[in-house]
Ligand binder design. Structure first.
Ligand code: ZN
Length: 587
């Protein structure tokens, strides 16, 4: 990091997340961008006598928020302009509101410009997935692709069918995916799962998203605008390396990133080497998917989806789902391959050492899937002599996890990254429409995960939902959904627990708690500047009643306009291939 002018930030209150000194009013930042002193003005001036004083005019400082599970590059490409984001999580609650976007886009976009829409959600928008005939009514004369919020399905109009050369019929169904067909075998404008989505995207995306790096930068800025200074990329593969490095090198890059390499990549256990400083970008672990999305129905549960119009309209089969991506023996084999002979970044040595394992992070929503994962984790940790060590293996989401499973996970030394956003947006349906009350109201057991010792951090899993640490905190504290209804109030946590989940506990699960996540001497001077202390607003106003004024990274106030402008004028050519990754967006 470039050297900065030493400075002392004066705030009305500083919430440090350091239990030894929870509050302060001044923080001194040294030339290296790290925290030199924390306390009051006099204490900081004593520590750094020549430092510039910067009065934050009554604002409140916290450690920059940490998002422990996100997909920033893919989210940017899929949802940011020139793409259209039509998800219910960003305000498009009905199919009618989606078609209003269609009409406006058709009226205002240059003739012939192909268009990408992302975020259709049949469950929340209460709509039947569109066919080409439906889309043709809005887009008679340009190519249009609509991608489901889950990333599992795509819908397209007749212009796309023609462009793909599928006027007589789409290709035979590839392994792992399928095309929607009319009775006569012609395409109905629908495609399901990654292989067919890739076909569409490889043909269309170059024109729909001509500058993927600029799109990714917009997502970085969206995260930073919501107070985030450290995040993860949970869908990393080596073809994205250049893009992450390019973003990290741009002026005012607002995010430090920890990368989780997808386990399906042949080089996923390989070392990380980069000229970008490791405090800005490095590989941290490996990501696996045990099951899929509760909104698609491809998860493994011990209890049933109800037989309701909501469930059927979403194309989910009522009953107990058993969809697992791996059998137990397959998981064992993968964990055995990955759990030995790996590297891990050593913070003190500032280098990767062949002494510990890569951290495993596994996506698991269903409780039946979690039983299998915990069995596999326990066996692998035992075989590799990792039980009782600081392996810090992680579980992602844990929507349907049971209390006994949370305790068992904690006993294995495993930690949790949870998504209060699932409850926030789908909670009203979960409780009685999708599942029975006993299971639906308890979806995402944040309180019990906290008590079990899983030290849950919170995420938005962008672009499954927009990045909002304050929204997650409000949801965890109030246990209310987007409509304001409360379900499963016994899962509420305290405000301080929730604040820790988006700061120091999220840094912990990312393995960077020695560097960020709290305001302590020696750590990076990464801050979020709020206009109000969250303790001073009504819990229901924790998101709407608080404004993120700025973020600071390494002691520098981040200028998001400068960052986005730099990305916009950068050379798009080396990163054009990123657009095809929209098809691999499954979270
Ligand atoms: Zn994800």
């Amino acid at each position: 990091m470039p050297l900065i002018r030493p400075r002392i930030l004066l705030a009305s209150r500083i919430l440090t997340m350091d239990l030894a000194r929870p509050q302060a009013t001044a923080v001194a930042v040294g030339r290296d961008g790290r925290i030199a002193a924390v306390g009051d003005r006099a204490h900081c001036q004593h520590a750094l006598p020549d430092a510039e004083l910067m009065d934050l005019a009554g604002d409140v400082l916290l450690p920059g928020f940490v998002e422990s599970h996100s997909h920033p590059v893919l989210s940017g490409v899929a949802t940011q302009p020139p793409a259209f984001w039509i998800a219910p999580t960003v305000g498009y609650a009905t199919w009618q509101s989606v078609t209003a976007v269609f009409e406006k886009a058709q009226a205002t976009s240059p003739a012939g410009q192909p268009l990408l829409f992302t975020g259709f959600d049949p469950l929340l928008q209460g709509a039947t997935p569109p066919t080409n005939t439906v889309l043709d009514a809005y887009f008679p004369d340009r190519e249009v692709l609509v991608i489901d919020n889950s990333g599992h399905s795509a819908y397209f109009n007749s212009a796309v069918i023609q462009r793909m050369g599928w006027s007589n019929a789409p290709p035979p169904d590839p392994v792992g995916g399928s095309f929607g067909r009319n009775g006569d075998g012609t395409s109905n404008g629908q495609a399901f799962e990654e292989p067919p989505l890739l076909l569409l995207i490889q043909t269309l995306m170059g024109e729909m998203v001509p500058h993927p790096l600029a799109s990714a930068a917009q997502w970085y800025a969206l995260m930073a605008g919501n107070g985030i200074t450290t995040a993860s990329e949970m869908t990393y593969n080596s073809s994205q390396k250049g893009a992450f490095e390019a973003l990290a090198r741009l002026p005012h890059c607002p995010l430090r990133l920890l990368l989780y390499h997808v386990s399906t990549a042949s080089d996923c256990a390989g070392p990380w080497e980069s000229a970008v400083p490791p405090e800005m970008l490095r590989k941290q672990g490996i990501k696996l998917w045990a099951d899929g999305s509760p909104w698609v129905g491809n998860i493994a549960l011990t209890f049933p989806y109800l037989d309701t119009p909501t469930v059927r309209a979403a194309g989910i089969q009522p009953g107990i789902p058993t969809a697992m991506n791996y059998r137990r023996e397959q998981l064992d084999r993968i964990l055995d391959q990955l759990a030995g002979n790996q590297l891990r970044f050593d913070v003190k040595q500032q280098s990767s050492l062949c002494t510990q394992n890569w951290q495993m992070a596994i996506h698991v929503n269903g409780d039946a899937a979690l039983d299998v994962v915990l069995d596999a984790f326990e066996a692998a940790l035992t075989r590799h002599n990792l039980l009782g060590t600081d392996h810090r293996w992680r579980l992602e989401h844990l929507g349907a996890a049971r209390p006994d499973q949370l305790k068992r996970a904690a006993s294995l030394g495993v930690y949790a990254s949870m998504g209060p956003f699932q409850f926030r947006y789908w909670g009203d349906l979960l409780d009685g429409e999708i599942f029975d009350h006993a299971h639906g109201a308890q979806w995402s057991r944040v309180r019990e995960a906290t008590e079990a010792g899983l030290r849950p951090s919170y995420h938005n899993d962008g672009s499954a939902s927009p990045p909002s640490p304050l929204g997650n905190i409000k949801t965890a504290v109030t246990r209310t959904t987007q409509s304001g209804s409360a379900h499963g109030l016994e899962q509420r946590v305290s405000l301080d627990e929730a604040l820790r989940a988006q700061t120091i506990d999220a840094a912990f699960i990312l393995g960077c708690e020695q560097e960020v996540g709290s305001i302590e001497v020696g750590k990076q001077a990464d801050f979020v500047q709020l206009d109000v202390d969250p303790h001073d607003v009504e819990p229901m106003l924790i998101e709407a009643g608080i404004s993120v004024q700025a973020t600071w990274l390494g002691g520098e106030r981040i200028d998001l306009v400068a960052f986005e402008q730099a990305a916009g004028v950068s050379d798009p050519e080396p990163h054009r291939h990123l657009a095809t990754m929209v098809a691999k967006r499954c979270c």
